[in-house]
Ligand binder design. Structure first.
Ligand code: FES
Length: 177
């Protein structure tokens, strides 16, 4: 099954300062952002596609990126921040080569999400909300990903895995290179 955007990223992570010059990189992206914006009657409708492009380019959406996007679209930083925080697709720290998001909401929780989270964390030697030091996997515990029929489940990059046991989850995570 393919993944949709999901919502409500919930693992708190401190904002990071990127090594690249955000304004300079965004200036290079701007022609593509203008093309995107031109497709919509209301410029605000371009917010999500522009954020997607930024996530793809920067690997995350930091407060500084929220600012340049807000200026580009012509809306408040608060509005951009609200939208960015709503979708699990957007990360606030640069991601590893793979992204593992284990759902911890009710349906998944009732069927053992906590054990899955614990096993994945042990296997990666990482806490939810962090990336392994080798940059292999970013690991998160998130709210409902909209695939409750697969509970307990996780999203690995762009696909859903479930129903999981801790053993199955470990097997999947171990194969990520
Ligand atoms: S509760 Fe886990 S996907 Fe919905």
């Amino acid at each position: 099954m393919s993944a949709d955007h999901g919502h409500a990223a919930s693992t708190p992570v401190p904002p990071v300062k990127l090594k690249v010059d955000v304004k300079q990189v965004f200036a290079r992206l701007e022609p593509r952002c203008q093309e995107i914006a031109a497709k919509y009657d209301r410029r605000q409708a371009a917010l999500i596609p522009v954020l997607n492009l930024c996530q793809e380019t920067f690997g995350c959406i930091t407060p500084e990126i929220e600012e340049v996007v807000a200026r580009f679209i012509g809306i408040s930083v608060t509005k951009v921040h609200e939208v960015r925080s709503f979708y699990t697709l957007y990360s606030t720290t640069p991601l590893g080569r793979h992204r593992v998001q284990v759902c911890r909401t009710l349906s998944c929780a009732l069927l053992g999400a906590e054990d899955v989270i614990e096993r994945v964390g042990k296997c990666l030697a990482a806490m939810p909300g962090t990336t392994t030091p080798d940059g292999r996997v970013s690991f998160e515990a998130v709210e409902c990903l909209g695939a409750c029929e697969l509970a307990p489940m996780m999203r690995v990059d762009d696909h859903f895995e479930g129903p999981l046991t801790p053993e199955k989850a470990e097997e999947i995570v171990k194969k990520l290179e």
